[in-house]
Design a protein around this ligand. Structure first.
Ligand code: B12
Length: 216
Protein backbone atom coordinates (compact mmCIF):
# COMPACT_ATOMS: atom_id res chain seq x y z
CA UNK A 1 0.00 0.00 0.00
CA UNK A 2 1.55 3.37 -0.96
CA UNK A 3 1.73 6.32 1.44
CA UNK A 4 -0.69 8.40 -0.68
CA UNK A 5 -3.38 5.71 -0.26
CA UNK A 6 -2.93 5.62 3.52
CA UNK A 7 -3.04 9.43 3.71
CA UNK A 8 -6.16 9.59 1.55
CA UNK A 9 -7.84 6.86 3.66
CA UNK A 10 -7.38 9.05 6.75
CA UNK A 11 -9.03 12.05 5.04
CA UNK A 12 -11.95 9.90 3.88
CA UNK A 13 -12.41 8.50 7.38
CA UNK A 14 -12.56 12.10 8.66
CA UNK A 15 -15.33 12.73 6.12
CA UNK A 16 -13.33 15.61 4.67
CA UNK A 17 -14.37 16.07 1.03
CA UNK A 18 -12.45 19.36 0.60
CA UNK A 19 -9.19 18.00 1.97
CA UNK A 20 -9.35 14.72 0.06
CA UNK A 21 -10.24 16.57 -3.16
CA UNK A 22 -7.34 19.03 -2.68
CA UNK A 23 -5.02 16.06 -2.06
CA UNK A 24 -6.11 14.33 -5.29
CA UNK A 25 -5.92 17.55 -7.28
CA UNK A 26 -2.38 18.24 -6.03
CA UNK A 27 -1.28 14.77 -7.20
CA UNK A 28 -3.01 15.40 -10.54
CA UNK A 29 -1.08 18.69 -10.89
CA UNK A 30 2.15 16.82 -10.18
CA UNK A 31 1.42 14.76 -13.31
CA UNK A 32 -0.37 11.66 -11.99
CA UNK A 33 -2.75 10.28 -14.64
CA UNK A 34 -6.36 9.75 -13.51
CA UNK A 35 -6.06 5.98 -14.02
CA UNK A 36 -3.08 5.84 -11.63
CA UNK A 37 -4.79 8.10 -9.13
CA UNK A 38 -7.92 5.95 -9.16
CA UNK A 39 -5.99 2.66 -9.05
CA UNK A 40 -3.12 3.32 -6.68
CA UNK A 41 -4.55 6.05 -4.46
CA UNK A 42 -8.36 5.73 -4.32
CA UNK A 43 -8.66 1.93 -4.71
CA UNK A 44 -5.71 1.53 -2.34
CA UNK A 45 -7.37 3.82 0.23
CA UNK A 46 -10.69 1.92 0.04
CA UNK A 47 -8.89 -1.41 0.31
CA UNK A 48 -7.08 -0.12 3.40
CA UNK A 49 -10.41 1.02 4.87
CA UNK A 50 -11.80 -2.49 4.17
CA UNK A 51 -8.90 -4.02 6.09
CA UNK A 52 -9.42 -1.67 9.08
CA UNK A 53 -13.10 -2.63 9.06
CA UNK A 54 -12.30 -6.36 8.88
CA UNK A 55 -9.91 -6.00 11.86
CA UNK A 56 -12.64 -4.12 13.77
CA UNK A 57 -10.41 -1.03 14.03
CA UNK A 58 -13.15 1.16 12.53
CA UNK A 59 -16.93 0.89 12.79
CA UNK A 60 -19.50 0.28 10.06
CA UNK A 61 -20.45 3.96 10.40
CA UNK A 62 -16.81 5.02 9.84
CA UNK A 63 -16.66 2.88 6.72
CA UNK A 64 -19.96 4.30 5.41
CA UNK A 65 -18.74 7.88 5.99
CA UNK A 66 -15.47 7.14 4.17
CA UNK A 67 -17.35 5.58 1.23
CA UNK A 68 -19.80 8.48 0.91
CA UNK A 69 -16.92 10.99 1.15
CA UNK A 70 -15.01 9.07 -1.50
CA UNK A 71 -18.02 9.07 -3.81
CA UNK A 72 -18.45 12.87 -3.54
CA UNK A 73 -14.74 13.51 -3.84
CA UNK A 74 -14.17 11.45 -7.00
CA UNK A 75 -17.21 13.07 -8.67
CA UNK A 76 -15.83 16.51 -7.86
CA UNK A 77 -12.39 15.51 -9.12
CA UNK A 78 -13.84 14.11 -12.33
CA UNK A 79 -15.73 17.38 -12.88
CA UNK A 80 -12.38 19.21 -13.14
CA UNK A 81 -10.67 16.78 -15.50
CA UNK A 82 -10.41 17.42 -19.26
CA UNK A 83 -12.59 15.14 -21.42
CA UNK A 84 -12.32 14.26 -25.09
CA UNK A 85 -15.43 14.72 -27.25
CA UNK A 86 -17.75 11.71 -26.94
CA UNK A 87 -17.88 9.39 -29.95
CA UNK A 88 -19.16 6.12 -28.46
CA UNK A 89 -21.55 5.06 -25.70
CA UNK A 90 -21.00 2.89 -22.63
CA UNK A 91 -23.57 1.85 -20.01
CA UNK A 92 -22.66 0.68 -16.48
CA UNK A 93 -24.58 -1.43 -14.00
CA UNK A 94 -24.24 -3.80 -11.07
CA UNK A 95 -26.04 -7.14 -11.12
CA UNK A 96 -29.08 -7.53 -8.85
CA UNK A 97 -28.33 -7.17 -5.10
CA UNK A 98 -24.79 -5.92 -5.77
CA UNK A 99 -24.14 -2.64 -3.89
CA UNK A 100 -20.44 -2.00 -4.59
CA UNK A 101 -20.37 0.83 -7.13
CA UNK A 102 -17.14 2.83 -6.63
CA UNK A 103 -14.94 0.66 -8.87
CA UNK A 104 -17.46 0.90 -11.69
CA UNK A 105 -17.96 4.65 -11.17
CA UNK A 106 -14.26 5.36 -11.61
CA UNK A 107 -14.24 3.15 -14.71
CA UNK A 108 -17.09 5.26 -16.12
CA UNK A 109 -15.10 8.45 -15.42
CA UNK A 110 -12.15 7.03 -17.34
CA UNK A 111 -14.45 6.21 -20.26
CA UNK A 112 -15.69 9.82 -20.24
CA UNK A 113 -12.16 11.23 -20.15
CA UNK A 114 -11.32 9.10 -23.16
CA UNK A 115 -14.14 10.13 -25.47
CA UNK A 116 -17.14 8.08 -24.40
CA UNK A 117 -20.64 9.13 -23.44
CA UNK A 118 -21.74 7.14 -20.40
CA UNK A 119 -24.87 6.16 -18.50
CA UNK A 120 -24.29 5.07 -14.91
CA UNK A 121 -27.22 2.87 -13.83
CA UNK A 122 -25.66 2.22 -10.40
CA UNK A 123 -26.17 -0.62 -7.94
CA UNK A 124 -28.60 -3.52 -8.02
CA UNK A 125 -30.24 -3.25 -11.46
CA UNK A 126 -32.62 -6.16 -12.21
CA UNK A 127 -31.97 -7.77 -15.59
CA UNK A 128 -35.36 -6.89 -17.14
CA UNK A 129 -34.70 -3.18 -16.45
CA UNK A 130 -31.11 -3.42 -17.70
CA UNK A 131 -32.45 -4.91 -20.92
CA UNK A 132 -35.09 -2.25 -21.53
CA UNK A 133 -32.65 0.60 -20.72
CA UNK A 134 -30.05 -0.88 -23.07
CA UNK A 135 -32.59 -1.40 -25.85
CA UNK A 136 -33.62 2.25 -25.63
CA UNK A 137 -30.13 3.79 -25.46
CA UNK A 138 -28.22 1.22 -27.57
CA UNK A 139 -24.75 1.56 -26.00
CA UNK A 140 -21.70 0.22 -27.85
CA UNK A 141 -20.41 -1.32 -24.61
CA UNK A 142 -22.28 -2.59 -21.54
CA UNK A 143 -20.13 -2.82 -18.41
CA UNK A 144 -21.13 -5.08 -15.53
CA UNK A 145 -19.63 -4.98 -12.06
CA UNK A 146 -19.73 -7.70 -9.42
CA UNK A 147 -17.88 -7.74 -6.08
CA UNK A 148 -19.56 -10.33 -3.86
CA UNK A 149 -18.79 -13.93 -4.74
CA UNK A 150 -22.33 -15.22 -4.36
CA UNK A 151 -23.56 -12.67 -6.92
CA UNK A 152 -21.30 -14.14 -9.63
CA UNK A 153 -23.75 -16.83 -10.91
CA UNK A 154 -26.10 -14.00 -11.94
CA UNK A 155 -23.56 -12.80 -14.48
CA UNK A 156 -24.51 -15.61 -16.83
CA UNK A 157 -28.11 -14.50 -17.38
CA UNK A 158 -27.05 -10.85 -17.72
CA UNK A 159 -24.23 -11.57 -20.17
CA UNK A 160 -26.30 -13.88 -22.36
CA UNK A 161 -29.39 -11.67 -22.51
CA UNK A 162 -27.56 -8.37 -22.99
CA UNK A 163 -25.22 -9.70 -25.66
CA UNK A 164 -28.19 -11.15 -27.57
CA UNK A 165 -29.78 -7.69 -28.00
CA UNK A 166 -30.26 -6.91 -31.71
CA UNK A 167 -27.61 -4.15 -31.78
CA UNK A 168 -25.03 -6.65 -30.40
CA UNK A 169 -23.30 -4.63 -27.65
CA UNK A 170 -19.80 -5.53 -26.44
CA UNK A 171 -19.90 -6.82 -22.86
CA UNK A 172 -17.26 -5.93 -20.29
CA UNK A 173 -16.98 -7.26 -16.74
CA UNK A 174 -14.94 -5.55 -14.01
CA UNK A 175 -14.44 -7.16 -10.61
CA UNK A 176 -12.00 -7.53 -7.74
CA UNK A 177 -12.81 -11.25 -7.95
CA UNK A 178 -10.95 -11.55 -11.27
CA UNK A 179 -7.64 -11.60 -9.42
CA UNK A 180 -8.80 -14.77 -7.62
CA UNK A 181 -11.26 -16.54 -9.91
CA UNK A 182 -11.91 -17.29 -13.56
CA UNK A 183 -15.32 -15.72 -14.26
CA UNK A 184 -15.40 -16.77 -17.92
CA UNK A 185 -17.70 -19.80 -17.30
CA UNK A 186 -20.36 -17.27 -16.21
CA UNK A 187 -20.05 -15.04 -19.29
CA UNK A 188 -20.17 -15.21 -23.08
CA UNK A 189 -17.13 -16.04 -25.22
CA UNK A 190 -16.89 -12.40 -26.36
CA UNK A 191 -16.97 -10.84 -22.88
CA UNK A 192 -13.95 -8.69 -21.99
CA UNK A 193 -12.64 -8.97 -18.44
CA UNK A 194 -10.89 -5.96 -16.88
CA UNK A 195 -8.98 -6.28 -13.62
CA UNK A 196 -7.61 -2.74 -13.25
CA UNK A 197 -7.73 0.74 -14.76
CA UNK A 198 -4.39 0.44 -16.58
CA UNK A 199 -5.87 -2.49 -18.55
CA UNK A 200 -8.99 -0.45 -19.22
CA UNK A 201 -6.92 2.41 -20.67
CA UNK A 202 -4.98 -0.09 -22.81
CA UNK A 203 -8.28 -1.50 -24.12
CA UNK A 204 -9.64 1.99 -24.90
CA UNK A 205 -6.43 2.99 -26.70
CA UNK A 206 -6.67 -0.19 -28.71
CA UNK A 207 -10.29 0.61 -29.65
CA UNK A 208 -9.50 4.15 -30.78
CA UNK A 209 -6.58 2.82 -32.86
CA UNK A 210 -8.94 0.34 -34.54
CA UNK A 211 -11.56 3.03 -35.19
CA UNK A 212 -8.94 5.26 -36.84
CA UNK A 213 -7.79 2.38 -39.08
CA UNK A 214 -11.43 1.58 -39.90
CA UNK A 215 -12.15 5.22 -40.75
CA UNK A 216 -9.16 5.76 -43.07
C1 B12 B 1 -17.11 0.34 0.46
C2 B12 B 1 -17.47 -1.11 0.71
C3 B12 B 1 -18.82 -1.42 0.87
C4 B12 B 1 -19.94 -0.40 0.67
C5 B12 B 1 -20.12 -0.19 -0.86
C6 B12 B 1 -20.72 1.17 -1.19
C7 B12 B 1 -20.54 1.56 -2.62
N1 B12 B 1 -21.31 2.55 -3.00
O1 B12 B 1 -19.76 1.02 -3.39
C8 B12 B 1 -21.14 -1.09 1.39
C9 B12 B 1 -21.25 -0.58 2.80
C10 B12 B 1 -22.50 -0.96 0.69
C11 B12 B 1 -20.66 -2.55 1.43
C12 B12 B 1 -21.50 -3.60 1.70
C13 B12 B 1 -21.10 -4.92 1.82
N2 B12 B 1 -19.84 -5.37 1.75
CO1 B12 B 1 -18.34 -4.26 1.19
N3 B12 B 1 -16.72 -3.36 0.98
C14 B12 B 1 -16.46 -2.11 0.77
C15 B12 B 1 -14.93 -1.90 0.69
C16 B12 B 1 -14.46 -1.35 2.02
C17 B12 B 1 -14.43 -1.00 -0.42
C18 B12 B 1 -14.97 -1.36 -1.82
C19 B12 B 1 -14.44 -0.37 -2.81
O2 B12 B 1 -15.08 0.59 -3.17
N4 B12 B 1 -13.19 -0.57 -3.24
C20 B12 B 1 -12.53 0.33 -4.16
C21 B12 B 1 -12.87 -0.05 -5.58
C22 B12 B 1 -12.22 0.94 -6.53
O3 B12 B 1 -12.34 -1.33 -5.84
P1 B12 B 1 -13.17 -2.50 -6.53
O4 B12 B 1 -14.60 -2.37 -6.27
O5 B12 B 1 -12.49 -3.76 -6.21
O6 B12 B 1 -12.93 -2.16 -8.08
C23 B12 B 1 -11.69 -2.46 -8.73
C24 B12 B 1 -11.84 -3.53 -9.77
O7 B12 B 1 -12.63 -4.56 -9.34
C25 B12 B 1 -12.35 -2.78 -10.96
N5 B12 B 1 -13.77 -2.72 -11.24
C26 B12 B 1 -14.82 -2.90 -10.44
N6 B12 B 1 -15.94 -2.73 -11.14
C27 B12 B 1 -15.59 -2.42 -12.40
C28 B12 B 1 -16.36 -2.19 -13.55
C29 B12 B 1 -15.71 -1.94 -14.76
C30 B12 B 1 -16.50 -1.69 -15.99
C31 B12 B 1 -14.30 -1.92 -14.82
C32 B12 B 1 -13.62 -1.64 -16.10
C33 B12 B 1 -13.53 -2.16 -13.67
C34 B12 B 1 -14.20 -2.42 -12.48
O8 B12 B 1 -11.96 -1.45 -10.76
C35 B12 B 1 -11.31 -1.26 -9.54
C36 B12 B 1 -9.84 -1.17 -9.83
O9 B12 B 1 -9.09 -1.18 -8.66
C37 B12 B 1 -14.45 -3.37 0.42
C38 B12 B 1 -13.01 -3.65 0.83
C39 B12 B 1 -12.12 -3.94 -0.41
N7 B12 B 1 -11.04 -4.63 -0.19
O10 B12 B 1 -12.41 -3.56 -1.52
C40 B12 B 1 -15.54 -4.18 1.14
C41 B12 B 1 -15.86 -5.60 0.66
C42 B12 B 1 -15.86 -5.67 -0.86
N8 B12 B 1 -17.20 -5.81 1.16
C43 B12 B 1 -17.40 -7.00 1.63
C44 B12 B 1 -18.62 -7.46 2.21
C45 B12 B 1 -18.56 -8.83 2.85
C46 B12 B 1 -19.78 -6.67 2.21
C47 B12 B 1 -21.15 -7.05 2.79
C48 B12 B 1 -21.62 -8.49 2.53
C49 B12 B 1 -21.09 -6.70 4.28
C50 B12 B 1 -22.36 -7.01 5.06
N9 B12 B 1 -22.25 -7.97 5.92
O11 B12 B 1 -23.37 -6.38 4.86
C51 B12 B 1 -22.07 -6.02 2.10
C52 B12 B 1 -22.66 -6.57 0.79
C53 B12 B 1 -23.49 -5.53 0.04
C54 B12 B 1 -23.97 -6.03 -1.28
N10 B12 B 1 -25.11 -6.71 -1.29
O12 B12 B 1 -23.34 -5.83 -2.30
C55 B12 B 1 -16.17 -7.87 1.48
C56 B12 B 1 -16.30 -8.88 0.33
C57 B12 B 1 -15.69 -10.22 0.71
C58 B12 B 1 -16.00 -11.30 -0.30
N11 B12 B 1 -15.36 -12.37 -0.06
O13 B12 B 1 -16.77 -11.21 -1.21
C59 B12 B 1 -15.04 -6.79 1.33
C60 B12 B 1 -13.82 -7.24 0.48
C61 B12 B 1 -14.60 -6.38 2.75
C62 B12 B 1 -13.86 -7.49 3.46
N12 B12 B 1 -12.55 -7.46 3.44
O14 B12 B 1 -14.46 -8.35 4.02
N13 B12 B 1 -19.33 -2.64 1.21
Amino acid sequence: MNTEAIELAQMLLEGDVDKSYAFMYALHNKGWASADLYQKTVSGAMQHIGELWERDEISVADEHLATATCDFMISRFHGQVKKQPAAQKAMFLCVEEEQHTLGMRMASFLFEENGWQTRMMGANLPLEHALSAAEKWQPDVICLSVTILYHVPQLQAYAEALEALPFRPQLMVGSRLLSMYDLSPYCTANTIFITDYKKLIDWMNDQSGRNKIGAS
